[in-house]
Write a protein that binds this ligand. Structure first.
Ligand SMILES: [Zn+2]
Length: 322
């Protein structure tokens, strides 16, 4: 069965002045899709799955507290999680419509991608999602809703994944996925490999290297050679460390590892990001592991281009026989 791409034009976060307040490009999702349309000569429409409604509150409540979800009615709470102080002065309805609803739609996209990957034993890429700094009772680091943990809980509830089926999470966003770890790190079925810049938020993993060998810090400005060598050395032993072949892999393909990204502060070139993505896809889909990709952070003007290139690569994967 074919790989799928998951996207909606309503993923964009459009708020007047956002560009001035945060380096995040709120339109990178539609920019990536438009670019992919050009790269694929429009054929991306043939593999598109479009989430039609935001993720259900009942799905979010598997990983978030009711009190936290209720607190998001306050723009002050949202402003703090997004680190954009002036948002606190916006009317709650504007924050809900322009920010929270698009984010919940992206969460629905991660769930849709995960369901597709498991049902078709395929690769499915959500062109959004990857909010890996969202916790049960608060959000931070531009993340409000824990899409990956919520989607995992939902596919288990639907019977698409058994509680003891091994799940691999490979987080290559520049920042350490502290929210994902807080929600999934103690789950014996979920195994996390995280290569992160230890010199930016949220800093070093608070555990020993001996006990958690796949929480892997790298230095700021790490260039291609060292970054790719780390991935090449660590990915095979990580997958081999699991009790059996993963029933599902989740790849957080954050593009903020790109050199010049003002938030990620690593030194990987565009070619390096493309090589990274190829290495992960080869390691996962090459073994026939159902895989979900989320795009997570990326704060440079080139982010959308790299997302489009990865989506194009997903489209070109060999088809898995039905
Ligand atoms: Zn990041």
């Amino acid at each position: 069965m074919n790989a799928a791409l998951v996207y909606s034009p309503n993923y964009d976060i459009s708020l007047p002045g956002l560009d001035w307040l945060h380096p995040f490009d709120g339109r990178k999702f539609s920019r990536a899709w438009t670019r992919l349309g050009a790269l694929s000569r429009g054929t991306c429409d043939q593999v598109l799955l479009c989430p039609e409604a935001p993720i259900a509150t009942s799905d979010l409540l598997r990983v978030h507290s009711q009190a936290y979800l209720d607190s998001l009615g306050s723009p002050r709470v949202v402003a703090k999680a997004l680190e954009i102080g002036p948002l606190a002065w916006l009317p709650p309805g504007v924050v809900e419509r322009r920010i929270l609803r698009p984010m919940r739609l992206a969460c629905a996209g991660t769930l849709l991608a995960m369901s597709h990957a498991l049902q078709k034993r395929a690769v499915a890429m959500n062109l959004g999602g990857g909010f890996h700094h969202a916790f049960r009772d608060h959000g931070e680091g531009f993340c409000i809703y824990a899409d990956v943990a919520a989607a995992l809980a939902a596919v288990r509830a639907q019977g698409l994944l058994a509680a003891d089926d091994p799940v691999a999470i490979i987080d290559l966003d520049a920042h350490r996925g502290n929210g994902v770890w807080s929600l999934c790190g103690s789950d014996p079925s979920v195994h996390v490999m995280d290569i992160y810049n230890a010199q930016v938020y949220p800093g070093f993993f608070p555990g020993s290297v001996e006990e958690f060998p796949f929480q892997i810090p790298v230095k700021a400005q790490t260039p291609d050679e060292a970054y790719l060598a780390t991935l090449r050395e660590e990915l095979p032993p990580f997958l081999a460390s699991m009790p059996r072949k993963p029933a599902l892999a989740i790849y957080n393909a954050g593009t903020d590892v790109l050199a010049g990204d003002p938030v990620g502060r690593l030194g990987v070139s565009e070619e390096g990001v493309v090589a990274r993505d190829a290495m992960v896809l080869e390691g996962l889909s090459g073994q026939g592991i159902p895989t979900v990709i989320v795009t997570s952070g990326g704060y440079s003007p080139k982010s959308y281009e790299l997302i489009a290139q990865l989506a194009r690569r997903v489209m070109q994967l060999p088809q898995v026989p039905a």
